[in-house]
Write a protein that binds this ligand. Structure first.
Ligand SMILES: Cc1ncc(COP(=O)(O)O)c(C=O)c1O
Length: 442
């Protein structure tokens, strides 16, 4: 497969050109890779009006993913904003006010998109805790019938690596004629499993992947996918919508990295992925035999429910850091490790040696508080754009949440802007170490 963006950047650099254009580093600098960091000069195409090398590269990505695929250099965040714009425009084109039925564990970029685009959200709580939102077909169908949404928005996989039955959930959406958008930020690689578990292959109408999370792509590189079944109107408008939220200076380093990844995905990736999954499975088995509790779900996440082994996730993460091993995510209950085919066998061996060198202790019994449904006082946009003050969480009972600073990862809000802060939300915030909250000024 050709890599037209990489080829252009390389040949430009080799010419030793006089760079009378941005960026100001002129291709030289202490980082060493400035030479390939260009802007939209003659021949370099334009991300949001792609007609040349970017168009060709996006077509290559589309053929790899089997559906129209567009690049983002601003992560899944930009794709989520764009998906929500399409969902809103689609509702309006049918004479309806946009109302999105969303899994309660949505990433904060979805909440920000709701504020920017001013759509209503109905939350699906599912049968689960703060980080997950386990939804089955019956629950979804019931919620669609009760709240008559114009679209459904799900996060799959979630941060713990749970995968829900997107195929069945997508059929429910199709039956009720509502679009399904899936935040697949953690699952770009799912397309390369046999069979594919990518949401678009399972029936989603729109989906986004943070290529940078699971594929060999620089941070910031992501894909927006539109299924063949989505109205052609939105395919024509998609770049236009992306522009609403984007910098006019997309990073060519990130685009080149997405371009270079096409070559890898076309040739070696499937094999390396399947070999890596075997190694990771082997490691998971060893850890289970040693006494760890590993959640089932995504093949490429190792999620340990640590309290059964006598530790908090934070404690295990600290012990791993003493061995110079750094986890993706940890909290009181879990530690999430994210290997990829580009971890060496030695990396996995070091992880095994370190984890299997930790002595098992008595089970820790305390559990996370259940996230109860909160009362809504105003919508997300009103709350986020109202004058607000910061309060200690312990003094926030009865106030209307304006925003919550949560760390990323996991960037999931225990209280949504516009909701009244209850005893239960205070308990959840305290459990997750959130000390202050912004509330709407009375
Ligand atoms: C579930 C989920 N969705 C969306 C995002 C945003 O992705 P990005 O950082 O690529 O913008 C993240 C980031 O961690 C995420 O975990």
């Amino acid at each position: 497969m050709k890599t037209p963006i990489v080829s252009f950047l390389k040949s430009y650099q080799e010419k030793s050109p006089v760079r009378m254009h941005m960026p100001g580093h002129k291709g030289a600098g202490i980082l060493g890779f400035e030479g390939m960091d260009l802007t939209e000069i003659y021949g370099a195409d334009e991300l949001f009006a792609a007609e040349g090398i970017i168009k060709e590269s996006e077509q290559n990505a589309s053929s790899l993913f089997g559906c129209p695929t567009y690049y983002s250099t601003q992560g899944s965040t930009l794709c989520i904003q764009t998906m929500c714009t399409i969902l809103c425009q689609d509702a309006k084109s049918k004479g309806k006010k946009p109302k999105i039925l969303a899994g309660r564990n949505a990433h904060r970029s979805f909440i920000h998109a709701a504020a920017l685009l001013d759509f209503d959200i109905e939350w699906l709580y599912g049968n689960s805790d703060y980080l997950s939102c386990k939804i089955n077909e019956e629950d979804l169908e019931k919620a669609i019938i009760e709240s008559l949404p114009t679209a459904v928005y799900l996060t799959n996989p979630d941060y713990l690596g749970n995968l829900w039955d997107i195929q069945s959930l997508a059929s429910v959406c199709k039956k009720h004629n509502v679009l399904l958008a899936v935040d697949n930020a953690h699952g770009a690689y799912l397309r390369f499993l046999e069979p594919s578990l990518h949401p678009v292959d399972l029936g989603a109408d729109l989906s986004c992947d943070s290529a940078h999370k699971t594929l060999p792509v620089l941070t910031g590189g992501a894909y927006l996918h539109l299924s063949d079944s989505l109205n052609q109107v939105w395919k024509n408008d998609v770049k236009h919508f992306m522009e609403y939220f984007s910098s006019t200076s997309p990073s060519y380093l990130i685009m080149a990295s997405l371009d270079a990844a096409n070559e890898v995905l076309d040739t070696t990736f499937k094999k390396s992925l399947s070999e890596c999954i075997q190694r990771v499975d082997g490691l998971k088995n060893t850890l289970v035999q040693y006494g760890y509790t590993i959640l089932s779900g995504e093949p490429m996440k190792i999620t340990i429910s640590t309290k059964e082994f006598g530790y908090t996730g934070n404690e295990i993460a600290n012990l791993l850091m003493e061995c110079d091993i750094y986890a993706e995510f940890y909290d009181s209950d879990y530690i999430v490790l994210m290997p990829s085919p580009y971890n060496t066998k030695d990396d996995l061996k070091r992880l095994e040696t370190c984890l299997c060198g930790i002595e098992r202790k008595p089970i820790l019994a305390n559990k996370p508080p259940k996230l109860e449904q909160s009362k809504k006082a105003m919508n997300v946009r009103q709350a986020l754009f109202s004058p607000s003050i910061t309060l200690d969480v312990s003094k926030s009972l009865g106030q209307v949440c304006s925003s919550v600073t949560v760390s990323c990862p996991p960037a999931i809000l225990p209280v949504i802007p516009g909701e009244v802060i209850s005893e239960s939300s205070i308990e959840v915030m305290k459990y997750y170490g959130i000390e202050t909250v912004r509330v709407v000024k009375e």
